[in-house]
Design a protein around this ligand. Structure first.
Ligand SMILES: *[C@@H]1O[C@H](CO)[C@@H](O)[C@H](O)[C@H]1NC(C)=O
Ligand SMILES: *[C@@H]1O[C@H](CO)[C@@H](O)[C@H](O)[C@H]1NC(C)=O
Ligand SMILES: *[C@@H]1O[C@H](CO)[C@@H](O)[C@H](O)[C@H]1NC(C)=O
Ligand SMILES: *[C@@H]1O[C@H](CO)[C@@H](O)[C@H](O)[C@H]1NC(C)=O
Ligand SMILES: *[C@@H]1O[C@H](CO)[C@@H](O)[C@H](O)[C@H]1NC(C)=O
Ligand SMILES: *[C@@H]1O[C@H](CO)[C@@H](O)[C@H](O)[C@H]1NC(C)=O
Ligand SMILES: *[C@@H]1O[C@H](CO)[C@@H](O)[C@H](O)[C@H]1NC(C)=O
Ligand SMILES: *[C@@H]1O[C@H](CO)[C@@H](O)[C@H](O)[C@H]1NC(C)=O
Ligand SMILES: *[C@@H]1O[C@H](CO)[C@@H](O)[C@H](O)[C@H]1NC(C)=O
Length: 822
């Protein structure tokens, strides 16, 4: 039977494996199907409504009519690197609705005239790396909706396109990168000249040797990319000149990163041709071009946007930017901020100088630049100790100032009038050397974004952010907050939407801090030492969507806080906190588990644990275990209650013994005896006690001092404590008068028991028993210890005849007076 079971489970595994294996395509969503990289030679069953089919990296040497199933909704077909050699006529008949066809990396032999004849809807055709020699080899004239043709990485010798392209109304982009184009003649560009729409042409990485002068005259292009497009510097120089009369929106020149360096000596003239081209925007990647290029900016002076990547210092020597609104210089080797060259430019609106290779000195200011709105000088290892008033003079319209990721900057915003329009100020990770206790920012009342994180700032003054009534984002990660400054710092920032106070060693965020922050949606307080998030209960936090409290010291969030969380909260991150996963916090943990949808980094929310190697996840906490523990606890408590009851019953029963035991230990040493003997007797035997016992002992010679509770006990003290403290402890001996009444009396039995306990403790009282009358054995058993006592010890028997009486009193007096045996 065992074997049968095993066989059947093996069978199931096989079936499962089969099912998994047969699912060759992954349908991400209903209409998207990925069958890539499976070396398939057929199209497996795909949803008939599939719109996107990625069938790249399979094996389809020959495509014929019956290959594609009917997929009328298909819009995007990717057949990259499927080793397609041959495509039959009508091969795409069943997928003729496609708008995008990608055939990259297939060694297609274009044999048929009607290969793509079905594809009237095509908008984008990608024939990269298909061994194409001429665009004319592909019949495309029926593709009247074509927008983009990418024939890069082929062996094309010419840029000429079929005449029918001039009728393609939406044609936008012709990508001819990495072909074998060395000559461009006027007749090659004739069709381009007839096209109405300004298209983008990419000619990068071609070995262009010669361009016929005027080949591009009166041609309008959106963009022309000529990176690494010429065989030599001479070719480049002549080629650019030959572009005379071209009008282009954006011109992209220069080299690709990592391309072989070209000759450096003749750079001077190589860009001279730029002056003959009309362009609005130029993007130049320089790197290997060295030397003085004086005409560079001359020819760029009419451009509105100039981007220079990896330029040399010498570029900056004579900047003539008549119309330039935007200047972007990245990865250059400039060492001094070109303030002198750029000052007095009235058109410049945006200036970006970032990622410079060398530390930039910024000691002289920009001056008289009334249009300047945007200044990004981040990432330059820049050091400046000058006051901002000196660095920006007569630049009243600066709205954006990004000083982040530099070495050191001053934040002496003395006289900030010049920055009245500032909206964004970013000092992220730039050390701020601040000369004063706090910066008066009251003039920056348009400021919306302020980043002072990782600047080494310390906040001591509660009014530091006074006047920033429009601030929406405040980032101050890794700051220091002294005293109770946090209570006041944010109170007037009523428009604040995002506050970042992470990694600032904050131990407590007072509830009052968020008094007026009704717009606050994001609060980031991770990496602090918070133990509680009680501040969340501040009713002002009406809009809070996200709280990041990861990496704090939070062990639990109490029920009342959980109940009063902002209603808008969608994300709560308490990962990497020492969450207390004991059953006492079970309700919190169950809350977490029930709110997985809002718990960010839920899988990194760990329980507090002593072992460093394995931290249990809150995720794995089994709350059922706690219900067991709770039942256990209930049982335990029931048991404990029962035990306590039993114990207290016992204690109650023997309370006086306990009392004596305790008392005995504490007082046995210092007890002073006031009486010779304490008499335990039943009140019903009182006549005998007063008539006989007192008469004979107290009035005899030497007199014996007796303690009788009815006569000697202080009024007002409790009888028990009197019995114990005065009677038994205060007397050297105890005389027990045993009679039937004695046996019947609870009090007497109790007193006798105490006396026995006291004697057992070595308290000293010797017990002398007088049998007033014959008590039956059965009866004596009712008094604890009496029967045994009588058996073991001698006792005095009272007999009502004169001779016995004399003997009785003599023996009794001797027993009372005799020294206490210890
Ligand atoms: C792909 O399949 C073909 C035949 O279907 C086979 O010749 C080829 O070796 C396979 N390639 C890989 C990588 O499995
Ligand atoms: C189409 O090609 C497949 C192999 O790829 C072949 O089995 C089938 O017979 C061909 N059909 C036609 C109509 O040529
Ligand atoms: C393809 O069409 C051209 C003209 O459009 C024709 O000259 C040529 O013979 C055709 N080739 C084939 C193989 O049909
Ligand atoms: C590029 O074209 C030239 C002729 O202009 C030819 O000699 C050379 O082999 C071609 N190069 C490639 C890689 O096709
Ligand atoms: C093409 O560019 C020219 C000159 O820049 C412009 O006048 C024309 O409107 C542009 N055409 C289109 C379709 O954008
Ligand atoms: C570049 O052209 C100049 C003349 O314009 C010529 O003297 C020089 O030899 C050429 N350089 C190369 C590498 O062809
Ligand atoms: C810039 O434009 C002015 C006229 O607006 C023209 O005279 C000048 O030649 C142009 N400069 C360049 C380099 O194109
Ligand atoms: C400032 O520049 C840094 C680095 O270039 C960038 O990451 C950051 O987003 C910029 N700050 C703003 C507010 O745009
Ligand atoms: C907040 O604004 C009030 C009224 O303008 C002002 O009295 C108070 O000093 C301000 N507090 C802070 C901390 O900016």
């Amino acid at each position: 039977q065992h074997r049968k079971k095993m066989a059947s489970s093996l069978l199931w595994i096989c079936i499962l494996l089969h099912v998994v294996k047969s699912e060759v395509c992954t349908e991400m969503t209903h209409n998207v199907c990925y069958c890539n990289g499976r070396n398939l030679s057929y199209i497996p069953d795909v949803n008939a409504e599939t719109q996107i089919l990625d069938f790249s990296f399979n094996y389809l040497p020959s495509l014929n009519q019956s290959f594609f199933p009917q997929l009328l909704d298909l819009k995007h077909l990717d057949l990259t690197r499927c080793q397609i050699h041959h495509i039959d006529e009508n091969a795409f008949q069943h997928v003729r609705g496609i708008a995008t066809l990608i055939l990259t990396g297939n060694p297609i032999a274009y044999t048929s005239n009607s290969t793509f004849s079905e594809l009237h809807q095509l908008q984008r055709l990608v024939l990269v790396d298909t061994g194409l020699f001429s665009i004319a080899d592909v019949r495309m004239c029926h593709m009247t909706n074509l927008q983009e043709l990418n024939v890069g990485t082929n062996r094309l010798l010419s840029i000429s396109i079929p005449a029918c392209f001039s009728k393609f109304k939406d044609f936008r982009k012709l990508d001819l990168h990495a072909n074998n184009i060395s000559v461009i003649r006027r007749d090659h560009t004739a069709v381009l000249g007839r096209m109405q729409n300004n298209i983008t042409i990419i000619l990068s990485r071609n070995p262009i040797l010669h361009i016929e002068t005027g080949a591009f005259r009166n041609i309008y292009l959106q963009e022309l990319e000529l990176r690494n497009a010429f065989v030599s510097c001479n070719a480049s120089k002549d080629g650019l000149k030959a572009l005379v009369g071209l009008t282009v929106e954006k011109l992209v020149l220069g080299r690709y990163y990592g391309d072989r360096a070209s000759r450096v000596d003749d750079v001077h003239g190589s860009l001279a041709g730029l002056c003959l081209i009309n362009f609005k925007e130029i993007n130049l990647r320089q790197k290997e071009w060295t030397g003085r290029i004086l005409p560079l900016f001359d020819c760029m002076s009419n451009a509105t946007k100039v981007t220079i990547n990896q330029g040399r210092t010498s570029f900056m020597e004579s900047i003539q930017l008549r119309k330039t609104k935007e200047l972007i210089i990245t990865k250059s080797d400039i060492r001094v901020m070109p303030t002198e060259q750029l000052s007095h430019h009235h058109t410049l609106e945006k200036l970006t100088i970032t990622e410079s290779k060398n530390p930039i000195v910024f000691d002289y200011g920009f001056c008289d630049m009334p249009s300047l709105k945007y200044v990004d000088v981040s990432n330059n290892q820049l050091v400046t100790k000058k006051s901002w008033q000196l660095l920006f003079q007569e630049t009243p319209n600066i709205q954006y100032l990004n000083m982040s990721f530099n070495s050191e900057a001053n934040f002496d915003f003395k006289g900030l009038q010049g920055f009245r329009n500032l909206e964004v100020l970013d000092f992220h990770r730039t050390k701020i050397s601040c000369v004063r206790e706090y910066v008066d920012m009251t003039d920056l009342n348009r400021l919306q974004y302020l980043d002072l994180s990782y600047t080494g700032s310390t906040f001591t003054h509660p009014l530091s952010f006074q006047g920033l009534g429009n601030l929406r984002v405040l980032k101050m990660s890794s700051s220091l907050f002294l005293g109770d400054v946090l209570k006041h710092l944010f109170v007037n920032l009523t428009q604040l939407e995002m506050l970042d106070v992470s990694f600032s060693s904050i131990e407590h965020l007072p509830l009052e801090s968020f008094g007026n922050l009704k717009q606050l949606t994001q609060l980031i307080a991770s990496g602090n030492k918070l133990m509680s998030v009680d501040f969340l209960t501040n009713p002002s936090l009406l809009s809070l969507i996200r709280l990041d409290a990861a990496e704090n010291h939070i062990s639990a969030i109490p029920d009342n806080v959980l109940r009063n969380l902002p209603k808008t909260l969608q994300t709560l991150d308490i990962s990497f906190n020492p969450v207390d996963c004991s059953c006492s916090q079970a309700s919190f943990i169950v809350w977490i588990q029930n709110h997985k949808n809002i718990m960010k980094n839920w899988h990194d929310t760990y329980c507090r644990s002593d072992s460093t190697s394995t931290k249990p996840r809150v995720h794995d906490f089994d709350s059922e275990y706690c219900t067991h523990v709770v039942t256990g606890k209930i049982l335990g408590s029931i048991f404990a209650v029962v035990f306590l009851l039993a114990a207290s019953a016992l204690v109650y029963k023997f309370q006086f013994h306990c009392f004596v035991l305790l008392k005995g230990y504490t007082t046995s040493q210092q007890t002073e005896c006031h009486y010779d003997a304490f008499v335990i007797y039943s009140s019903k035997d009182e006549s005998w006690v007063t008539g006989e016992l007192v008469e004979n002992l107290e009035k005899g010679v030497p007199p014996v001092q007796l303690c009788l509770y009815e006569r000697d006990f202080e009024v007002g003290r409790s009888i028990t404590s009197s019995i114990i403290e005065d009677g038994i402890m205060g007397s050297r001996k105890v005389i027990v008068v045993v009679s039937r009444h004695f046996v019947d009396s609870t009090w007497c039995r109790f007193e006798f028991e105490i006396a026995q306990s006291w004697q057992l403790l070595g308290g000293g009282s010797n017990i002398i028993i007088i049998m007033l009358e014959d008590v039956e054995k059965e009866m004596s058993r009712r008094v604890f210890g009496l029967h045994r006592y009588l058996r073991r010890n001698t006792y005095l028997e009272w007999k009502d005849n004169p001779i016995s009486k004399v003997r009785f009193w003599t023996r009794l007096r001797k027993a009372v007076i005799s020294k206490t045996e210890t």
